[in-house]
Design a protein around this ligand. Structure first.
Ligand SMILES: *[C@@H]1O[C@H](CO)[C@@H](O)[C@H](O)[C@H]1NC(C)=O
Ligand SMILES: *[C@@H]1O[C@H](CO)[C@@H](O)[C@H](O)[C@H]1NC(C)=O
Ligand SMILES: *[C@@H]1O[C@H](CO)[C@@H](O)[C@H](O)[C@H]1NC(C)=O
Length: 173
């Protein structure tokens, strides 16, 4: 019993050390090698901008796919795929709003319908050779699915699987 407790303590120690270690490493790795302000970029006269969609915002989640030369971006109610060389050339978008039922529930819960009751895309995680795992807040009912992006750039696939996983805890009967 004594030795069991000892190994449990040791495990905790290892876990603590690990998290601390990765924390400092992450901070180090996150320091950009080059910083450009928006003003610097405007002045460089070499800027291609994406004006955005009237009904979208919160372009907060990014996944760089250098192999296919694309930048996948998660925003409010939409997922985008941009051409890395020119963001306004052949971008594609997939609308993925929260379902009307979820929006209604969210409104009844006293939230702001236009600002909060949306599907904010928060996760873009490479899954396998052809798919990205994608999750959104789904108006306070998180949803996840798979985004098909193809294997090669020529495939030019960008499609959200219709099967959606709902992250709801199952209540025991
Ligand atoms: C980017 O693409 C847009 C739309 O096709 C085009 O008008 C613009 O000239 C391109 N910009 C550059 C820097 O290639
Ligand atoms: C937002 O507007 C664009 C076109 O302006 C449309 O293609 C898209 O489906 C709309 N998205 C939602 C979630 O309504
Ligand atoms: C990748 O995962 C998706 C979703 O599970 C699946 O439909 C697809 O067949 C998988 N592709 C490969 C190449 O394994």
């Amino acid at each position: 019993m004594g030795s069991l407790w000892g190994s449990f303590m040791l495990l905790c120690g290892v876990v603590l050390l690990r998290t601390e270690g990765s924390g400092t490493q992450q901070t180090k790795n996150n320091v950009p090698r080059l910083k450009l302000s928006y003003k610097d970029m405007l002045e460089s006269n070499n800027l291609v901008t994406f004006e955005g969609l009237a009904n979208s915002s919160a372009y907060h989640t990014f996944l760089l796919d250098e192999e296919k030369g694309r930048l996948v971006v998660g925003a409010k109610d939409h997922i985008f795929s941009f051409n890395l060389l020119n963001v306004s050339r052949d971008y594609v978008q997939i609308p993925w709003p929260a379902s009307p039922t979820r929006r209604d529930e969210c409104k009844w819960a006293g939230k702001d319908l236009s600002r909060e009751c949306s599907n904010f895309i928060k996760v873009l995680q490479p899954f396998n050779q052809t798919h990205i795992y994608v999750c959104g807040t789904g108006a306070f009912h998180p949803v996840c699915s798979y985004l098909e992006v193809g294997k090669k750039p020529e495939d030019s696939v960008f499609r959200l699987e219709s099967h959606v996983e709902n992250w709801q805890r199952e209540e025991p009967l």
